[in-house]
Design a protein around this ligand. Sequence first.
Ligand code: UDP
Ligand code: MG
Length: 317
Amino acid sequence: MLLSVIVPCFNEEGNIDLFYEETVKALGDLMPQTELIFVNDGSRDATLEKLRALCARARYRVKVVSFSRNFGKEAALLAGLRNSEGDFSVIIDADLQQNPAYIVDMMKILNEHPEYDAVAAYQEERREGFVISAFKKTFYKVIDSMTDVKIMQAASDFRLLRRPVVDAILSLPEKCRFSKGIFAWVGFETYYMPYKVEDRASGTSKWNFWKLMMYAFDGIIAFSNKPLIMSSVVGFFIVMLSILYLVVIVVKTILWGDPVAGFPTLACLILMLSGIQLLGIGILGQYLAKNYTESKGRPVYVVKEKIESTGMGSEQA
Ligand code: UDP
Ligand code: MG
């Protein structure tokens, strides 16, 4: 049995050594059958140097895949999965917000329950600001109502997957990758395990409100065509309304000789309609842009360097 631990890293210089130590401690007897795969996602700090040094001294199997620039966490996850050889693969953040000790629990669940193919950890209590938390809730509601895949609220990317699940994920050729949707799309039986998020060991989160917002849009567009249908439906209703309004004006003018209502009505209508049109074009544009990205067929990431430890470093036990 081999376990692959996939760790995306972007500017995590302060966490690499700590993460390694904690993981070795937490996994204990599992370590000899474990490979650690660090994906350096174009870090601009000393992350790569730290990883290099780790590879040189590690007693266990450590692989480093280093990108030519920052391609984003989704790309890093894909690279990690592609380079994993394990019968089990677990995805975990480098910042120790997700305690590696949970990996042991996850393995136990899969070993005891052959009917499950994956374990996804979800946060029992969210420790986020009110705005972000409300925003995330709304996002999951929207995406749930718009897509056919069921994305478990609060479930993170912290997951343990059996090999067939990894192979299924890797068989999807799309370039615009939204992991939460992909995990749900491939199916399989997933066990949801609660976990407690720790504070970041060092460094800062790479997410802000704007990035989350774009991520949410991407997710909806990657997994649903409903926004397109919605803009057509809105357009249809507006046409119906305007016909009705036209009839009202004509009837009023013929019956009562009312003068046609003036400039304010016109200005409001023009503003509203052009706004809706722009919205529709914008939605269309998003799909077109995604299609454009896919059709260019560029790779999701570019690897600059791969480093592998021999697993025979001088590190003390
Ligand atoms: N990460 C990455 N590429 C990025 C952003 C983040 O590989 O462009 C990694 C990061 O190093 C960390 C994980 O993804 O291991 C989660 O990132 P972060 O802690 O910033 O997110 P949060 O925990 O705040 O959701
Ligand atoms: Mg984090």
